[in-house]
Design a protein around this ligand. Structure first.
Ligand SMILES: Cc1cc2nc3c(=O)[nH]c(=O)nc-3n(C[C@H](O)[C@H](O)[C@H](O)COP(=O)(O)OP(=O)(O)OC[C@H]3O[C@@H](n4cnc5c(N)ncnc54)[C@H](O)[C@@H]3O)c2cc1C
Length: 393
């Protein structure tokens, strides 16, 4: 693993930083993304930002040029993520499309499907959601019960999904549905694209512990899915979903970006509160710093594998385990820094950050659940990395 950047990589980084200094909607290195009370308003503002970023060709840099990318390698992708973190740029609102759907379409989609959907993903012209989980299919995802019944020209979809992030804003969803109920459970599933505006698709937002309504229940009643919305082969949806899940758990520059920013803010908060000299907190702040740095190094190791043309593989689960546990510790430290202000919420007096930290603490409690629970990641690490005996099934 050689971490020294080449002159081309240095030039690429400089170009990206210069673009951000010029285009960031607030002062580079100082300002913050504005805060919105209304999720729909936030989504609209973030769509505009993503379109601008894509206009500079800084979204999906590893995608082929034919679909709006730069055909760049994983290291360039990583450089862009680091520069976005440095600029304190907000998360991409089209992240499900960019991080999960795009790579899956590139691996399994037809040329028509790629040409139709990929460029509109980059600019957030269309948003996507992931219709995988169901009330009885989370960790045991192959248990999906949503049925796709063949009809003239496609399928009729019936069933229920749950925890579907951003479904209320999505134009399209990637969905796992059972097309052969007689086949063994991993073999009778197909991977289809659902038009979220179609008749028979009913999206009902759920209120989370943070008071936000980011995720939803989605009900299908005879919703039509045309034949050309099938990704990969019929009944082979389980194989196709592997691409989506690998990208969800593998190298995770997205979480690295977020946690580098959180660490920066945490250290600033501690300094502002005059707590650097508090011996009870010094250790924990140093711990947060060391852990984020270790996370960065873990990412670089995975990146090095990718740059050498190797897959991240099941070690991606170790990375997911690491960052999610790290995140909870970092947020606990933030609560300790806030001290008596930690139980306060937005709008309260004497609450540094006006509830941002409390919201983030609550949100990241879910980090050990989303993208596959930590128990499941431990099983994967045990069985497929360490070679321990398989869990009884
Ligand atoms: C914030 C958030 C956003 C999400 N967004 C989406 C989305 O956009 N699209 C989507 O499809 N899904 C989404 N999910 C769903 C997520 O993928 C599931 O919650 C997750 O896979 C766990 O499934 P479950 O909730 O059904 O829990 P279950 O699978 O019912 O698990 C319950 C508990 O049992 C444990 N457990 C289960 N099986 C085993 C085992 N074999 N060994 C040891 N322990 C086990 C689990 O670890 C967990 O603690 C989201 C979840 C969250 C929290």
């Amino acid at each position: 693993m050689d971490l020294a950047p080449t002159p081309e990589q240095e030039a690429f980084r400089a170009e990206c930083r210069a673009w951000l200094v010029e285009h960031l909607p607030w002062e580079y290195g100082r300002g913050h993304p504005p805060r919105y009370d209304d999720l729909a308003e936030e989504v609209a503002a973030l769509r505009a930002w993503q379109a601008d970023l894509a206009g500079g060709r800084w979204v999906g840099v590893t995608w082929p040029e034919a679909y709006g990318g730069r055909g760049a390698g994983p290291i360039e992708h990583f450089i862009v993520q680091e520069e976005l973190a440095r600029a304190r740029a907000p998360e991409l609102v089209g992240r499900i499309g960019i991080n999960l759907v795009g790579p899956t379409l590139l691996a399994h989609g037809t040329d028509e499907q790629k040409a139709r959907w990929l460029p509109r993903i980059l600019r957030a012209d269309e948003l996507w959601c992931q219709l995988f989980s169901e009330p009885d299919a989370g960790s045991d995802l192959a248990n999906v019960q949503t049925r796709a019944t063949p009809v003239d020209g496609g399928w009729r979809l019936n069933g229920q999904k749950v925890w579907t992030s951003y479904a209320q804003f999505a134009d399209w969803g990637v969905c796992l549905a059972r097309t052969d109920p007689e086949a063994p459970k991993h073999r009778g599933i197909s991977y289809v694209v659902v038009d979220m505006h179609a008749e028979g698709v009913d999206v009902r937002p759920l209120t989370q512990i943070t008071e936000d309504r980011e995720f939803n229940e989605v009900f299908f009643t005879d919703a039509f899915v045309p034949r050309d919305h099938l990704i990969g082969a019929e009944h082979d949806g389980w194989g196709v979903s592997g691409s989506t899940l690998a990208h969800e758990r593998g190298v995770n520059p997205r979480q690295l970006v977020i946690h580098i920013q959180l660490l920066d803010e945490l250290l600033r908060l501690a300094a502002d509160e005059g707590l650097y000299d508090d011996h009870r907190l010094q250790q924990r702040l140093a711990q947060a710093y060391v852990e984020v740095r270790l996370f960065q190094l873990h990412n670089l190791r995975s990146l090095s594998r990718l740059a050498h043309g190797r897959e991240v593989g099941p070690e991606g689960s170790a990375l997911k385990l690491y960052w999610s546990e790290m995140s909870k510790r970092l947020h606990e430290t933030a609560m300790a820094v806030l001290g008596p202000a930690s139980p306060l919420w937005k709008g309260a007096l004497d609450n540094p950050g006006d509830g941002r930290w409390q919201r983030s603490w609550l949100y990241y409690l879910a980090s050990s659940i989303f993208a596959g629970t930590n128990e499941i990641q431990r099983n994967i690490v045990g069985e497929r990395v360490l070679g321990l005996p398989r869990e009884p099934r």
